[in-house]
Design a protein around this ligand. Structure first.
Ligand SMILES: Nc1nc2c(ncn2[C@@H]2O[C@H](COP(=O)(O)OP(=O)(O)OP(=O)(O)O)[C@@H](O)[C@H]2O)c(=O)[nH]1
Ligand SMILES: [Mg+2]
Length: 279
């Protein structure tokens, strides 16, 4: 697969905007896709966050491996001055717990405001790679759809402040990657979870990578879904899936385009079960 390095101009702009806005917020809500929690850690966000308290939201846990989600939570908590919750943002009401955590993380600030007799609402900036569910989380916290969402990268453009009933204010930001994304494993995982547009890569190569990972850690899920026996080589497993599905073209050759598109879609929609790509 050709090298993936995707950092369009609007992301540079978004990072600059976040660096500016960080002065206006008390804390950061850092959303990670639980299917690839470590690959979603953007090195550029370390500069952006400037020592503010962080609430890591491991989102989409309904699609991810529960064991790895717990492990990721422990690893994230070890960073300090932070908290972490596991969440399915699509299910209404799941984010209720976040309010209490925000208050706890900003306790010093609240006490300072109270002493001065000020009634200033807590403000948080919501950040994360594209498509990890920032806007969906904000809507969950609002109880109504205020932020635009969609199942592709780059839905949110520009900043949007959203006020909650309790007076808290959240700043939605556009999903951002980082320049010089050298690690191609990370790039492929971000492609698979939809953080990078897959129009720019060879889908068949990406699918081979996915099948390789899944058959290493979740062999049963492939065997059950496609009624096949997993082979040593990912390519042979893919052949078995195509043959079982009768995805063939003229001359009996395998239709890789169709097979790969199906497997990737099955993974993204959770039809292969709860799978996490990171370890
Ligand atoms: N299964 C599942 N899907 C989710 C969850 N959270 C968000 N989604 C879906 O993920 C897709 C992306 O959600 P958005 O909220 O638009 O993501 P975003 O981070 O705001 O994306 P950008 O604005 O493009 O950076 C949508 O199709 C959501 O329905 C979740 O917890 N579980
Ligand atoms: Mg968004």
């Amino acid at each position: 697969m050709s090298k993936v390095n995707w950092f369009p101009g609007h992301m540079a702009k978004a990072l600059a905007l976040m660096s500016k806005e960080i002065k206006n917020v008390d804390m950061v809500i850092y959303v990670l896709d639980a299917r690839a929690p470590f690959s979603c850690l953007n090195p550029k966000f370390d500069d952006v966050c400037e020592g503010k308290p962080i609430l890591y939201v491991l989102n989409k846990v309904d699609l991810a491996d529960d064991n790895i989600s717990s492990y990721a939570k422990t690893k994230l908590l070890s960073k300090g001055n932070c908290d972490c919750v596991l969440l399915n943002s699509v299910q209404s009401g799941t984010s209720k717990i976040i309010e209490q955590i925000m208050k706890r993380l900003c306790d010093n600030k609240i006490q300072k405001y109270n002493k001065k007799g000020l009634n200033i609402p807590l403000r948080a900036m919501v950040i994360g790679v594209p498509n990890c569910g920032k806007s969906t989380l904000i809507n969950n916290m609002c109880g109504i759809k205020k932020a635009k969402t969609g199942d592709k990268a780059g839905v949110t453009r520009g900043k949007q402040w959203v006020a909650l009933k309790n007076g808290f204010e959240l700043l939605d930001t556009p999903g951002t990657l980082w320049p010089n994304l050298e690690d191609q494993d990370i790039a492929k995982k971000l492609l698979l979870i939809g953080s990078i547009k897959d129009e720019i890569v060879d889908i068949n190569d990406l699918c081979l990578y996915l099948v390789g990972l899944i058959q290493k850690y979740y062999k049963d899920s492939l065997e059950k879904r496609y009624n096949i026996k997993v082979c040593d080589e990912a390519l042979s497993t893919l052949d078995a899936i195509a043959e079982q599905k009768h995805f063939l073209i003229k001359g009996g050759e395998i239709d890789y385009d169709r097979t790969c598109a199906m497997v990737i879609d099955d993974f993204r929609k959770g039809r292969l079960g709860k799978i996490t790509l990171d370890r």
